[in-house]
Design a protein around this ligand. Structure first.
Ligand code: FRU
Length: 357
């Protein structure tokens, strides 16, 4: 078989540049087309990957006429469902960059659109491929900390406009210039830290908990004057096994991939026989067990080929004809989306709510 032909649809989310880099680096894949209504937003990718003008489109249908095997979707969150419905008619697999959707209803529209096409949909959560979190999941699955009882997460960054693809930094002056027009700060586009980040915590949390869903959810968001979206949210989830909490923040003191801020961006997993601390991008996780209660660093695993990033993983599943699993599966991501929707409703109504169906 020839190479997987992959089209990049929409450059709203800066991760399009990172995903195209993963495609470009993959020996069995090639970028066949990119699409965005605004040519300026595609310039960096055109230059980085030497894309010819025939592969660059400002018209969606013309782009899809290249008949890609896989479409990568990096649209504003509120546009995921409409794009998925259009893409599903083109017979390609769909790779959606996080988050899943703006609502459970939209997520189910996406699942319904892809059902019966014979093609797969994957929702990529990049933190899945961070070695510390993958190592934490392995340790949980191996029973190292006994039964998992609590998941705690603090996640975020200085704000979505402070970096571009490849984590290229943007100056505070440029951030201030872009902020008034940016989709990230518009409610109707699916902006805000809760929609951007809670899906991470909720979906990876559900992965650590082997798919178990909470019973009820309570959430509070900040209300900054002059900003219509939240930049900080704290969510409590009551599971049959106890309480977990998930916090999202745009406005961390530093970006965790440059210098870990305080509070640390981290998953803390508490089990019946131990605990694991897994900071984003850390070279080791910290393990406590009953036999060895002192905090012990465990070097992170080297992720094997096929599991080093979302593109590698999805291509390896497609090559083997197996369904995508873990956090990338629509089933698990839908549980995360149900937590996100319940949290958003809880914050609006200022009360605890049962998990939405
Ligand atoms: O907050 C904006 C974006 O920044 C990241 O943390 C890293 O690129 C993404 O996961 C998030 O969607």
């Amino acid at each position: 078989m020839g190479k997987w032909r992959i089209a990049g649809i929409s450059f709203d989310h800066m991760h399009m540049g990172d995903l195209l880099r993963q495609v470009d680096a993959h020996p069995e894949a090639e970028i066949c087309a990119i699409y965005d209504p605004d040519p300026a937003r595609m310039q960096a990718a055109i230059a980085a990957f030497g894309l010819p003008s025939e592969a660059v489109f400002t018209d969606f249908d013309a782009c899809m006429a290249t008949a890609p095997d896989i479409a990568l979707l990096c649209a504003a969150t509120a546009d995921h469902a409409a794009f998925a419905e259009r893409l599903a008619t083109h017979g390609c697999h769909l790779f959606v960059e996080k988050p899943f959707a703006a609502s459970v209803e939209d997520a189910r529209r996406m699942i319904a659109a892809m059902a019966g096409t014979g093609r797969q949909m994957a929702i990529n959560w990049p933190l899945t491929w961070v070695p510390s979190h993958a190592t934490a999941k392995r340790l949980v699955d191996e029973g190292t900390i006994g039964d998992l009882l609590e998941v705690h997460y603090y996640g975020g960054n200085r704000g979505p406009l402070f970096h571009l693809a490849d984590k290229v930094e943007v100056t505070p002056e440029e951030v201030a210039r872009r902020k008034p027009d940016s989709w990230w700060y518009k409610r109707a586009s699916g902006g805000g830290s809760l929609l951007d980040y809670l899906g991470y915590d909720a979906t990876l949390g559900t992965w650590f908990l082997d798919g178990e869903a909470p019973l009820e959810v309570a959430c509070m968001v900040d209300e900054a004057p002059g900003i219509e979206v939240d930049q900080h949210s704290i969510t409590l989830c009551r599971y049959a096994r106890g309480l977990s909490k998930m916090e999202t923040r745009w406005g961390t003191f530093t970006d965790p991939w440059t210098t870990q801020p305080q509070p640390t961006c981290v998953f803390v997993l508490v089990g019946s026989n131990g605990t694991i601390g897994s900071p984003d991008y850390a070279p080791h996780v910290t393990l406590q067990t009953r036999a060895r209660p002192e905090a012990t660093p465990v070097p992170v695993d080297t992720l094997p080929e096929g599991r080093r990033n979302g593109i590698e993983y999805v291509l390896s599943c497609l090559a083997r004809g197996t369904p995508v699993g873990g956090p990338l599966s629509p089933e698990l991501s839908l549980v995360g989306q149900r937590i996100v929707d319940t949290a958003a409703a809880s914050a609006r109504e200022k009360r605890t709510l049962p998990l939405v169906p």
